[in-house]
Write a protein that binds this ligand. Sequence first.
Ligand code: NAD
Ligand code: MG
Length: 327
Amino acid sequence: MGHTTRRHLMTVATASAATAAAAAAGAQSEAQPQGGKQDPREKYPKPPFPKQSQPFPGLAGRMTPRPDHGETSYVGSGRLKGRKALITGGDSGMGRAAAIAFAREGADVAINYLPVEEPDAREVVELIRRAGRTAVPIPGDLRSAAFCRSLVEQAVSGLGGLDIVVCNAGHQKSTPSILEISDEDFDWTMKTNIYAPFWIIKAALPHLQPGSAIIGTTSEQAYDPAPDLYDYAQTKAATMNYVKSLAKQLGSKGIRVNGVAPGPIWTPLQISGGASEGKVVTFGATAPLGRPGQPAELAGIYVRLAEEDGSYTTGNIYGAGGGQGQP
Ligand code: NAD
Ligand code: MG
C-alpha cells in the first residue's frame, strides 16, 4: 500500500477524534516533502507562539497551536501485538502520543489522568478504540498511594493482564525562587513525580512476567536543571536514577526498565504553570532546531523501549532534545 493511500486510510479511520488536532497535523502535512525526507526545522510550528495560559493541568484541546500526538500520522506495524500497557498522563502530551502509537502497534491500553482532563482523555479513548484495541480509562489523582494501588488493579482487570508500565505523569511549576516554594508545592511535585512511580511499580511488579517493560519519563532537566525548576528538576534526576537502579534489580527477572528524556516539548504542562508566560511565547527557541518538539516526535521512542526488538535495551535513557540537554 502506498504512503498516500495508507495515510488517507489512517486519516479516515481517526477522522472524528483527530479533527481537533487538524491544525497541528495540517502544519505537518503541508511541509511534507516528496521522497520521505523532511527538514526537522520546518516540520512543526516555531516560536513566537500566542501568549496563553490555562489552570493546571491544562488541556491539549485548548492549546494554540494544538500539539500533534500522531493522531493523523502514526502508522503501526504490529510491533506491540497483544501487549497490555498502562500509561499515566495518557490523556495528553507524551503519554497520549505513546497511547496512540501503542494501540496502533497492537496493544490494549489503560490510561490514567486527572478527572478534569476527561475531554482530552475521551479523545484518546476514541483513538485507541478506532485502532481496534481495548481502552481502559482510569481517572484519579496519583498523589494518593491508595489510588495508585487501585489504578494498577483496575488496569490489570480491565486489560486482562499487564506487561508495559509507562510512568509518565508529571507536575512542573515554574517558581523563580526557592523561597516561594511552599512545603505543599514541594510535596505536590514529589508525590506526583517520585512517590507515584514507586507506588505504581511496586503494585505492578507481581503482575509483570519476563519480557515486560517499565518506562519512566525523565527530562533534559535531570542533567541540566533550570534555575526556576528547583523541585521539578531534582525529581527528573531521581527518575533517571531509579530507572538505572531498577534495571539492575529487575534484569534477573527478565524485566527491562528504561527512560525517555525529552527536551522542550509543546504540551499542556508548559502552558499551565510549567513555564512562565513569557517563556511560552519563545518556547523552544533556544534549541538548535529552533522550535519545540511535538509529542508525536517521541512516540517511536516509547514503542522502541517497550517492544521485543529492544530486548537488550535496559537501564538506558533515550533523549529527544532538539539538540540540547545531555544525553
Ligand atoms: P502533559 O501535561 O500533557 O502530561 C502530564 C500529565 O501528568 C497530565 O496530562 C496529567 O494527566 C498527569 N498528572 C499530573 N499530575 C497528576 C496527578 N496528581 N495525578 C494524575 N495525573 C497527573 O505534559 P507532558 O509534557 O507530556 O508531560 C509528560 C511527562 O513528560 C512529564 O513527566 C514531564 O515531566 C515530562 N517532560 C516534559 C517536557 C516538556 O517540555 N513538555 C520535557 C521533559 C519532560
Ligand atoms: Mg493532560
